[in-house]
Structures are given as structure tokens and as C-alpha cells.
Design a binder for this molecule. Structure first.
Ligand code: RP5
Length: 164
């Protein structure tokens, strides 16, 4: 599933982002969405970032999930070079707990949108779900799976008892 005509690209600035970003990949795998995962750094591999962003549409990607930490320029730079929806995940940085990542990703100039998620693992998970929701607009089978996912989540909470 990870390599067959991917419709979602999951990219991140560093290997160190993987523990966070695997949450997005796990959701895509759970829903059976073909995806690819790559390290693409805005600062360490800028030419590769340009190549990735400018070829994404013609390669058949429909959504890009981009995670980065600190001076997190990757999502915004990718969004500037494609018209595909870009979902940005602020990775929790050591120095500033991800506030730097969040602001770097969220505070885009008008005209270059990045859909910014929460800091860290919740953001990565939700980016995966949001990508599935976008794809579900044209894929009824994914809509059905989303209903089941949500109902299951609700049931799990309803079935949870607090300690006496
Ligand atoms: C960013 O710098 C990456 O997205 C990562 O979150 C952060 C630190 O990278 P490493 O020094 O751990 O490779 O580009």
C-alpha cells in the first residue's frame, strides 16, 4: 500500500520527525489509502523539496501532509509550489516545545494556505484523518469507513468506565 500509486505524500524535515509523523501514516494504512513517506528538508535538501513539490500533482498525489519542527518552513514552502492541499504538522521541538513549529507553519501570508494541525502526535493523527476526509469527497468507500471509524471511537468512549 505504501508504494502503489500513492495519493497522499507524508513528508517530514528529518528522521527525528518520524516518531510523530508515523501517526499520520498509520491512519492512512488503517483506511487503506496508498501513500508514500519521505524525508524532505526545506533547509538541508532544498532542491529535493522543489522537485518533490513541483512534481507532486503530476505524480498523482492528492494531498500532502508535511511535518517539521523548529524553523518549520517545509509545509509553507511546499504549499507555495503546488495547488494540492497541504496539511502542516508542527513537530514538538526540544527548545520551545513546538510553539516555534506551530507559529512557523500557521502564520502563512494570504494566498498560500497550509492547513495547520495541533502540535505533535495528535496533529499527525488528525492530519491523516483529514487527508482521508478530503479523499472521501470523491471516494464513497472512504466515507463509509470514516462513519465506522467515528462510531467505533464514540462507542469506545461510551464503554469506558471510570475507576471506582
Ligand atoms: C527540522 O529540524 C526537522 O523537521 C526537525 O523537526 C528539526 C530537527 O532536525 P534534526 O536536527 O533532529 O535532524 O528541520
Amino acid at each position: 500500500m505504501a508504494n502503489a500509486s500513492p495519493s497522499v505524500g507524508v513528508i517530514m524535515g528529518s528522521r527525528s520527525d518520524w516518531d510523530t509523523m508515523r501517526g499520520a501514516a498509520d491512519i492512512l494504512a488503517e483506511f487503506g489509502v496508498a501513500h508514500e513517506c519521505e524525508i524532505v528538508s526545506a533547509h538541508r535538501t532544498p532542491q529535493w523539496m522543489v522537485e518533490y513539490a513541483t512534481s507532486a500533482e503530476e505524480r498523482g498525489l492528492q494531498v500532502i501532509i508535511a511535518g517539521a519542527g523548529g524553523a518549520a518552513h517545509l509545509p509553507g514552502m511546499v504549499a507555495s509550489m503546488t495547488v494540492l492541499p497541504v496539511l502542516g504538522v508542527p513537530v514538538q521541538s526540544k527548545a520551545l516545545s513546538g510553539l516555534d513549529s506551530l507559529l512557523s507553519i500557521a502564520q502563512m501570508p494570504g494566498g498560500v494556505p497550509v492547513g495547520t494541525l495541533a502540535i505533535g502526535t495528535a496533529g499527525a493523527k488528525n492530519a491523516g484523518i483529514l487527508a482521508v476526509r478530503i479523499l472521501a469527497n470523491s471516494q464513497p468507500d472512504l466515507r463509509t469507513k470514516l462513519h465506522a471509524y467515528q462510531e467505533n471511537q464514540t462507542q469506545q468512549v461510551r464503554d469506558t468506565a471510570l475507576p471506582q
